[in-house]
Design a protein around this ligand. Structure first.
Ligand SMILES: *[C@@H]1O[C@H](CO)[C@@H](O)[C@H](O)[C@H]1NC(C)=O
Ligand SMILES: *[C@@H]1O[C@H](CO)[C@@H](O)[C@H](O)[C@H]1NC(C)=O
Ligand SMILES: *[C@@H]1O[C@H](CO)[C@@H](O)[C@H](O)[C@H]1NC(C)=O
Length: 495
């Protein structure tokens, strides 16, 4: 992943040598390549920390400004919304959303009303909003432009059992073995000529909107090879290791199953609805945390529903050690009969408020707790329960580097919190590593890349002609007026 930033790092070093104040400030990120990297919300980082602290620390936020403007094809100004996230450590994340095709986009970054670094950054060609259906024909070219890694260990491991499959047989077997309408729900997807079709099985298929959304998002950006795949809409992985390995894509993996893991619908949706419907994502959490490490309480904090017995145990531990842990349940559903004992349930606390505390606990719910990406992004020390469940990125997380492991039965939780209190420097370092990890692996660009590489690799494992079943439902793109060849039009106008 470092290689990805190599050019940028070299640039930064060069800038360092030229060494006027404005150039010591680092500015980097996919939002500075708006033509190649199309996202619902584009973003980049501005890092002031290499200039003398006392020359910026006071009123940094009030002296920092970003202005993004351009022309639309019809009106004078194109519609862009920008939003600065202050990480309160001398760095900012700037996000912006483009609502229509913009030409001559310009990004100006000011400190004390002066342009810094190479600001203004100017982009000539058309910059497209994410809703445009303007797919790049060459998928490998697109992966390069989008700065995606060429492979992931987890994907290679997950796809290993599957070679040269005839999907027709596989889909039939999956339906035969796993179609239990009361307990499982899944969809058979076909991608043909970059259009999406599906057939769903089960009672609760509403979650197919999440699978639709990522497939639609990808096919707007790049022409995917024809392929078929089966996506599990439930949380539990389905394919036990002692059964025939059948290819089912799931949001959560486990030590006992062979499901092919995709990023969870939760983090995927937060990438696709960034600066939109979803307010909690791996970027927003970094700018909405109120306190720096030093100012957070040195206790652990936890809120959640009663979806696993260990979550009740957390309440016992909090009662025995109120000085170490503030934990409460917010809902009773699985253990309703225990509400009197483990209640009262407390109202939800804004996720951003979790970070008033230094230590955060990640305990499984029905499966892996999908909040882990946000806990890591918030720069918390994460105490993570040992678990058979995992998400697509867990394989890269290292104990005592990115998190502190706790036993599955939580029996060592008080000891581990005490360890963190007594080793504040180490705890702080692990918390910082966690945030760096999130910034390398869990931002929207990374989530989109993981899906793209996964589906591309998958398409290489299946053989035979991909056919659209006659009763399949077509999943269309939302209509959106867009000119993919806007550059042609611009040229004409210049003539
Ligand atoms: C900001 O720059 C400092 C100094 O070069 C570096 O240590 C830190 O990792 C950078 N942070 C970010 C978020 O880029
Ligand atoms: C636990 O956290 C809640 C919500 O922030 C707070 O109102 C309450 O006072 C805390 N309890 C203790 C014992 O610190
Ligand atoms: C699951 O596998 C991981 C990785 O091999 C291991 O660290 C973990 O302890 C296992 N957990 C359980 C509960 O089986």
């Amino acid at each position: 992943m470092l290689a990805k930033y190599k050019n940028i790092i070299v640039l930064i070093l060069l800038n360092y040598l030229t060494s006027n104040l404005g150039h010591k400030i680092q500015i980097y990120g996919p939002g500075l390549q708006p033509k190649n990297i199309v996202m619902p919300a584009r973003y980049f980082v501005v890092n002031f920390t290499s200039i003398e602290e006392n020359s910026y620390s006071r009123d940094l936020i009030s002296n920092f400004a970003v202005e993004i403007s351009g022309k639309s094809l019809k009106n004078k100004h194109c519609r862009v919304w920008a939003n600065n996230l202050d990480r309160k450590d001398g760095t900012f994340i700037v996000r912006y959303k483009v609502y229509e095709t913009c030409i001559e986009l310009s990004i100006s970054i000011y400190y004390k009303n002066k342009h810094i670094h190479d600001s203004p950054f100017k982009f000539e060609g058309p910059i497209q909003p994410d809703q445009c259906v303007c797919p790049e024909e060459d998928v490998n070219q697109w992966l390069k432009q989008y700065q995606c890694p060429s492979s992931y260990d987890q994907i290679e491991m997950d796809l290993k059992p599957f070679q040269q499959l005839l999907m027709k047989n596989q889909v039939q077997k999956i339906i035969k073995n796993y179609h239990k309408p009361e307990s499982t729900s899944f969809c058979h997807y076909v991608i043909k000529n970059n259009e999406i079709y599906r057939d769903c099985y089960g009672k609760h298929v509403g979650f197919n909107m999440f699978a639709d959304n990522i497939l639609l998002s990808l096919t707007r950006k790049v022409v995917l090879p024809d392929m078929e795949l089966v996506i599990n809409l439930g949380d539990w992985p389905l394919v036990h290791k002692d059964t025939e390995p059948l290819p089912i894509f799931s949001w959560c993996g486990s030590n006992e199953t062979l499901d092919i893991v995709m990023p969870t619908y939760d983090i995927t949706e937060s990438a696709l609805e960034n600066m939109g419907r979803v307010t909690l994502d791996t970027l927003s959490v970094q700018g909405n945390v109120e306190h720096k490490w030093e100012d957070r309480e040195n206790r652990a904090f936890w809120r959640g529903r009663d979806s696993r017995a260990e979550r009740l145990k957390l309440i016992d531990i909090a009662r025995a050690h109120p000085d170490l842990l503030n934990a409460s349940l917010t809902n009773f559903f699985f253990f309703r009969e225990k509400e009197a004992e483990y209640g009262p349930k407390l109202p939800h606390v804004s996720f951003f408020k979790f970070f008033d505390y230094k230590y955060q606990i990640n305990v499984d719910g029905t499966v892996a707790a999908y909040r882990l990406p946000y806990l890591l992004s918030g720069g918390a020390l994460v105490l993570k329960q040992d678990s058979p469940y995992y998400e697509h990125f867990y394989g890269k997380l290292k104990p005592f580097e990115h998190f502190v492991p706790i036993r599955r039965d939580l029996s060592d939780l008080p000891d581990k919190i005490n360890w963190a209190r007594e080793n504040d420097d180490k705890a702080h370092q692990i918390a910082q590593n966690a945030q760096i990890f999130a910034n390398y692996h869990l931002l929207p660009q990374h989530i989109i890349c993981y899906h793209a590489v996964l589906f591309l690799e998958w398409s290489k494992r299946i053989k035979g002609e991909v056919k659209v079943g006659k009763d399949m439902t077509h999943v269309p793109q939302t209509k959106f007026e867009c000119q993919c060849d806007a550059s042609v039009k611009v040229k004409h106008e210049e003539l």
